[in-house]
Design a protein around this ligand. Structure first.
Ligand SMILES: NC(=O)C1=CN([C@@H]2O[C@H](COP(=O)(O)OP(=O)(O)OC[C@H]3O[C@@H](n4cnc5c(N)ncnc54)[C@H](OP(=O)(O)O)[C@@H]3O)[C@@H](O)[C@H]2O)C=CC1
Ligand SMILES: CC(C)(CO)C(=O)C(=O)O
Length: 296
């Protein structure tokens, strides 16, 4: 397959690098990472050890690709969709966190757009090098659920490159479960400045569980079968399994950069039919911090 990875930061470089073992991959990212990949190839360290030589560029080539894998932060998805218009694409897969990415991509592009959830962990450590901080899996399928030939074919391509992959008919439920995890863990750890493990039995843990319960309730309001207990269990399981992690939102806050709060807690608030006070408070506090830091 010819695969275009849009957003060769941490996750895009990891998945792009893994895919390059079996496919013809082009990374679209920023200098100096792109230049280093062109000169010396891409190294994956940590839990995977790989060296590959994908093509790398800062602009989408006017060429045909079987798949575009989108891995920018959620607030860059609209710009990504516009830039991807330059290529001729057969399929698009978002592996981003947040709820609106697929809709934004589908609104701008002709190709079928697949939803994805990803539990691999990645961190760009220096130009040309990405660390795999956790082996996980990519689940993918049609955003509204069900099966499709495109999902089977993209799933086969990922699996063929030894990327742990599940082709799933229940992507709405999977996305809302992941949203519950991120709504519970990310803003709470960012505001409390604690690692994920502090939520397992620490004083901030109940706030995370409440945010997850609210998220599950909003999911059910939208016809998705996600029980409070399942959302809380997912938060607790992920917080324990990633106990030493500094969540992506905590890392953004520490780096002084914009967070994905709009696409996570903000998306829950936007869709709620009744008040979701924990998500409202978390959203307002993180947005307040972003405004103060000039990152929004
Ligand atoms: N990292 C992880 O372990 C995981 C991440 N995710 C999700 O994946 C998504 C990506 O996360 P992550 O990889 O950490 O984020 P990064 O910020 O590391 O990567 C995104 C990259 O895309 C680049 N980019 C944005 N716009 C453009 C553009 N127009 N042209 C070229 N490059 C562009 C960014 O550059 P710049 O910053 O200069 O704009 C950045 O290098 C998020 O939604 C995240 O929540 C999900 C699971 C795990
Ligand atoms: C699963 C979790 C919470 C791991 O840190 C994550 O997705 C994030 O930090 O964005």
């Amino acid at each position: 397959m010819r695969v275009l990875v849009f957003g060769a930061g941490s996750l895009g470089s990891l998945l792009g690098g893994l895919l390059a073992r079996a496919h013809d991959v082009t990374l679209v990212g920023r200098a100096p990472h792109v230049e280093r990949v062109r000169a010396d190839g891409l190294r994956i360290t940590g839990e995977c050890s790989v060296r590959v030589e994908p093509a790398a560029t800062t602009a989408v080539p006017d060429e045909r690709f079987d798949l575009a894998l989108v891995a920018v932060k959620a607030f860059d998805t609209a710009a990504a969709a516009e830039a991807l218009g330059a290529a001729d694409l057969d399929a698009v897969l978002s592996v981003q966190n947040g709820l609106d990415n697929e809709r934004t991509l589908a609104g701008a592009l002709d190709a079928p757009v697949l939803a994805g959830t990803c539990t691999y962990g990645a961190r760009l450590t220096e130009p040309g090098t990405v660390e795999c901080t956790g082996r996980g899996e990519v689940a993918l399928g049609p955003p509204d659920g069900g099966e499709s030939a495109v999902a089977e074919s993209v799933g086969g391509a990922l699996g063929g490159a030894d990327v742990e992959t599940t082709v799933a008919a229940d992507m709405p439920r999977r996305r809302w479960t992941k949203l519950s995890v991120n709504a519970g863990i990310n803003a709470v750890t960012a505001l409390a400045r604690v690692e994920n493990g502090a939520l397992v039995d620490g004083p901030a843990g109940e706030t995370a569980r409440r945010a997850a319960r609210e998220t599950a309730r909003v999911a059910r309001e939208r016809g998705i079968d996600l029980a409070d207990g399942a959302a809380v269990e997912a938060v607790e399981r992920v917080a324990a399994a990633t106990s030493a992690n500094r969540s992506s939102m905590l890392q953004d806050v520490e780096a002084g950069t914009r967070t994905e709060v709009d696409a996570i807690n903000g998306a829950v608030v936007e869709r709620a039919e009744r008040a979701v006070p924990v998500n409202e408070t978390l959203t307002a506090l993180v947005r307040g911090w972003e405004r103060e830091r000039g990152s929004r």
